[in-house]
Write a protein that binds this ligand. Structure first.
Ligand code: OOB
Length: 554
């Protein structure tokens, strides 16, 4: 089953093709081409393991062959929950070769999130590590499978590492061990078999599903097509001047849109460069890889910046190869932006992006003031931007308002979420970002706040409603509001204001309760404050601004 539900009109689609944004090439076919064009160049590095472009192409065939043997076909959705390791990239391209659709889960997601992703996407398989960060993902998958019950879509769990003895759990290495058999590909001059590169996928098909940070009870899925996502990566790659000499270090979770395609992994591979996977985001791990591999580009979230600056100051590392450091996902304080460039001897680039599409970058030759005090401007000349007041009327440049956007790589509708889509977009197709920005005459945007009920904990997005619903399941809690308050390190931390019968549970007890409920650990409140009642606004909503204020008073 393949779905075309991405919402651009025929006229718009034709125009994006005519001007060359949409190239009409699937990711499976791109990798085949790269395997020929850059054959001997190193594409991927993970620890001591290296793959050339030719190797990566062959590996994708092997993984695809193995997955096909498990009954996975064109259009099938497969949840990929892997930490930073080469297998993420091998799995991703293996799926692309079949025309199947990876669903990007984060390593920290637990039963609630993964179960939801499987249900909404109708995934037939999941790909997970055996254990990661002292957590057993096989146990998680057993629970998810049990919850799905007999009528559920999930048939297979592919495990990187030891699958254990569970029925239906398959080792990743067994997929790769299958003989590469691509009919018609054995002789270089033989005509290619139709579909051998991408399972017969169309470039207008959904190529992957990304997870939204969300504001509602459960996260939404974002359909991204081959055409639009490749353009996302290519437009960013152009602005970052990527070429065959680029060595990109993936420090943040590789499945995060920022790391994967802004320009990240895909942008680098499309330019013929090398992707190096960092197993953790510590500066020690990263700097050792910068020295060893000659890394030229990497991307960070703001909380990492101070650690990186401090470690670079030790003088123990040769960071000479590093040319550009991107920072995004949450607001970067201006002082940190000013320190970072000199500390690493690199050009800083701010990145204000979203899984839904729109990416803003500061340009490599922007004056320092724009680089340090703005979050960049759109990457495409066809990104349409509106900054509007509460009535939806455009405000003048310099004034704050909600950012609305549409364009060649911004979604027109969440996946299977018709009701939500009616309010998430304007009638003429603009996505309501929920971010409050100011636009400068240069087109650069400054993020000044948000109207969506989402907390940004150093780049980790938390939908307040989702956590509040879970807080209410604690027997002592009768009402709850999750509020983001300013935090030195993360920009924001979470405070749960709770109304209780008797004594309120502490933060640790609540975290334990939410973990049992299957919620990802980063969503547990950093602090708990007991209140007699929740203040309400004039229209009867919980007044979160007033709650946040109470913490500031002595
Ligand atoms: C990135 O994507 P998401 O989907 O996790 O989160 C998007 C939201 C934005 O709507 C905005 O509220 C916030 O994250 N955000 C920033 C920011 N970058 C993202 N807020 C302030 N300053 C920034 N530089 O976070 C994402 C996706 C692709 C590239 C980079 C980040």
């Amino acid at each position: 089953m393949t779905e075309k539900l991405t919402g651009w009109s025929e006229v718009e689609s034709a125009r994006y093709r005519a001007v060359g944004h949409w190239e009409g090439v699937t990711f499976g076919a791109r990798l085949r081409e790269a395997g020929t064009d850059h054959g001997d160049r190193v594409a991927l590095v993970d620890g001591d393991r290296r793959w050339t472009y030719a190797d990566l192409d062959t590996e994708a065939d092997r993984v695809a062959h193995g997955l096909r043997g498990l009954g996975i076909e064109r259009g099938d959705r497969v949840v990929v929950q892997l930490p930073n390791c080469a297998e993420f990239v091998l799995t991703w391209f293996g799926l692309q070769r079949l025309g199947a659709v990876p669903v990007h889960a984060m390593p920290g997601h637990r039963r609630r999130e993964v179960g939801h992703l499987v249900r909404v996407s109708g995934a037939v398989a999941c790909v997970v590590p055996d254990r990661h960060a002292r957590f057993d993902h096989r146990q998680l998958m057993r629970e998810v499978r049990a919850e799905q019950g007999r009528g559920g879509s999930l048939r297979t769990v592919v495990v990187v590492g030891d699958p254990g003895s569970e029925h239906g759990f398959v080792p990743f290495d067994a997929l790769r061990a299958a003989p590469p058999s691509v009919p018609g590909r054995t002789a270089p001059d033989a005509p290619p078999t139709p579909g051998a590169d991408d399972g017969g996928a169309d470039s207008a098909d959904v190529a992957l599903l990304l997870l939204s940070g969300g504001t509602t009870g459960l996260p939404k899925l974002i359909p991204r097509t081959h055409d639009d996502y490749a353009y996302n990566a290519r437009a960013c790659a152009g602005i970052c001047a990527l070429d065959e000499r680029t060595v990109y270090l993936a420090v943040l979770p590789v499945g995060f849109n920022f790391t994967f395609a802004c320009p990240g992994v895909l942008g680098t591979l499309m330019a013929g460069g090398t992707v190096v996977i960092a197993p953790d985001p510590s500066p020690q791990t990263a700097f050792a890889l910068v020295e060893r591999e000659g890394v030229t580009l990497t991307s960070l979230t703001p909380p990492l910046v101070t650690h990186w600056v401090a470690e670079a100051a030790s003088g123990a590392w040769d960071l000479g190869s590093l040319s550009v450091v991107q920072v995004g996902g949450a607001r970067l304080p201006e002082e940190h932006a000013r320190e970072l460039g000199p500390a690493l001897g690199a050009t800083v680039q701010q990145v204000f992006g979203m899984a839904e599409g729109l990416i803003n970058l500061t340009r490599l030759d922007d004056p320092e003031d724009l680089v340090c005090a703005t979050q960049g401007r759109p990457v495409s000349p066809d990104d349409e931007i509106l900054v509007v007041d509460a009535d939806g009327r455009p405000v003048p440049d310099g004034a704050a308002g909600e950012l609305l956007t549409r364009g060649p790589y911004t979604l027109r509708g969440y996946y299977r979420a018709e009701e939500h889509n009616r309010t998430a977009f304007t009638p003429d197709g603009y996505y309501r970002t929920g971010d409050v920005v100011r636009r400068l005459p240069s087109g650069h945007l400054v993020v000044v706040g948000r109207i969506k009920d989402q907390i940004n904990r150093g780049g980790e997005k938390i939908a307040a409603v989702e956590v509040e619903e879970q807080l209410l399941t604690h027997p002592a809690i009768t009402a709850a509001a999750l509020v983001g308050v300013p935090d030195e390190r993360r920009g924001e931390r979470t405070v749960a204001f709770v109304v209780c019968d008797g004594e309120a549970p502490g933060a640790r007890e609540l975290a334990a309760h939410l973990t049992v409920r299957g919620l990802a650990g980063y969503k547990s409140p950093d602090e708990v404050v007991q209140v007699a009642g929740l203040p309400l606004t004039a229209v009867g909503k919980v007044d979160k601004a007033t709650l946040a204020q109470t913490l500031l008073r002595p």
